[in-house]
Design a protein around this ligand. Structure first.
Ligand code: PFF
Length: 434
């Protein structure tokens, strides 16, 4: 991102798209998508996810970018402009940002761990890794890296690095994807990911989780896209870019899931293993191929870098808004660190030698926070933001008209103003009552 007078703006449209993809593509595609798919119905979940991207996440992404582009300011100021005295509603997207980042950093640490151990030709099964302090230590390193990057404001450098790393990440994913076809579990994996069962398809909890996953993966609801939209210049396109981002992000998630579940079936790992699923299966995928440990090391390092761009997008939003109250970027950085640690520490320790002290409802704190707290509340936070953008702000439809081809304006507006909020609230109520 290159700075120009007043509000910064993207140096080119491709950089904008890459930054959005950088925020969208990360652990959510490889780690979260596969484990949540395993917990919520396999093929039925994949179908629900595709529908959630199309009908919830994509319209919400277009609106969030549009609001950002129109108001050209930080989240707090944008909410002040839209909602006046009720601007404090911005606490919901910012809270989502903080919660996600706090445990996201922990999982980034797991990718670092596998990158380094496999470089030394070592294979450490996930359950043995949990018996050691290395996983939380990896999380701590990730926290330090993201914190330093956020504080010294080297986003533009990072975006450039991302331009080169992203294609290599994608190529290594395709490599293990192709290798999956040599494993015995490929047919079972494809059958698992394409079998649709009516019960699973109609379950409100599965539907809500598909919506959460689409929201998480496209980085919506946490004011990240609002902030990224605010750096756009007037003439720049939102509609086609959003479609491109959604397609790229979903394809990576589906390719990742085929790899993960092929190994899951080949090595009889339970599909419902939970948050550790990808980290149990991916190392085995690599070890089944020539030069596996080297490629594995590279892949996890690249996944770490993809995750870094997502984590930095979250930290950027937090710092950008904390700075309004705290006057300096440095102070905002410290405040963010303190807030992050509240959830980072129990998340990191829930996969450590003292993990048994950090179990909630029989599962690790991190998985509880991710699957149950975020899984349940992220859709409500998106409802709150959409209500703020559409009901709270008179300029929304006009701004959409300036950014979306005419035939799509009304359908998108109706979706985000009525249908998506009502549907999410109905599914929440149904899930609560069942
Ligand atoms: N979309 C990122 C991923 O899939 O890994 C995670 C993320 C980034 C979530 C930014 C939310 C967000 F605002």
């Amino acid at each position: 991102m290159q700075k120009v007078a007043k509000r910064e703006s993207w140096s080119s449209h491709n950089i904008f798209i890459l930054a959005c993809i950088g925020s969208a593509v990360g652990l959510g595609n490889i780690w979260r998508f596969s484990y949540i798919t395993g917990l919520h119905g396999g093929g039925s979940f994949v179908l629900l996810y595709i529908l959630a991207v199309l009908f919830v996440a994509l319209p919400a992404l277009i609106v969030e970018l549009t609001v950002g582009k129109k108001l050209r300011t930080s989240a707090v100021k944008a909410f002040r402009e839209i909602l006046g005295t009720r601007w404090w509603l911005v606490a919901f997207p910012l809270g989502l940002c903080l919660l996600v980042l706090s445990y996201y950093l922990v999982v980034m640490g797991w990718t670092l761990f596998y990158s380094f151990t496999s470089l030394g030709g070592q294979y450490v099964p996930f359950e043995s890794a949990v018996g050691d302090w290395a996983l939380p230590f990896g999380g701590l390193i990730s926290l330090m890296i993201v914190w330093i990057v956020a504080r010294i404001d080297i986003k533009s450098g990072l975006e450039k690095v991302n331009i080169y790393l992203f294609p290599i990440f994608f190529a290594s994913l395709i490599l293990i994807f192709l290798n999956s076809f040599t494993l015995s579990g490929i047919n079972d994996a494809i059958a698992y990911l394409t079998t649709i069962e009516m019960d699973a398809l109609l379950s409100p909890i599965n539907i809500l989780n598909a919506i959460t996953q689409a929201i998480f993966s496209l980085a919506i609801g946490a004011a990240v896209m609002l902030t990224y939209g605010s750096y756009l210049k007037k003439k720049e396109d939102i509609f086609h870019s959003s479609i491109a981002i959604a397609i790229a992000d979903s394809m990576i998630a589906i390719v990742g899931a085929i790899v993960v579940f092929t190994v899951t079936f080949t090595f009889a790992i339970p599909t419902t293993a939970g948050a550790e699923l990808a980290f149990e299966s991916l190392p085995l995928a690599f070890l089944s191929m020539p030069y596996g440990s080297l490629i594995m090391s590279l892949f996890f390092l690249l996944l770490f870098s993809a995750a870094t761009t997502s984590a930095v997008s979250l930290s950027e939003v937090l710092i950008d808004n904390l700075r309004i109250k705290l006057s300096s970027r440095a102070k905002a950085g410290w405040a963010m660190l303190v807030l992050l640690l509240i959830f980072f520490i129990p998340s990191a320790l829930s996969y450590s030698p003292i993990a048994s002290d950090f179990m909630v409802d029989g599962i690790p704190f991190l998985e509880f926070l991710d699957a149950h707290i975020i899984g349940r509340f992220a859709p409500l936070i998106v409802v709150a933001s959409l209500i703020a953008f559409t009901w709270g702000w008179k300029g929304c439809k006009k701004a959409l008209k300036e950014n979306v081809p005419a035939p799509f304006v009304t359908p998108i507006y109706l979706m985000v103003k009525y249908i998506v909020p009502a549907a999410i609230l109905v599914f929440q109520a149904a899930e609560f009552l069942i």
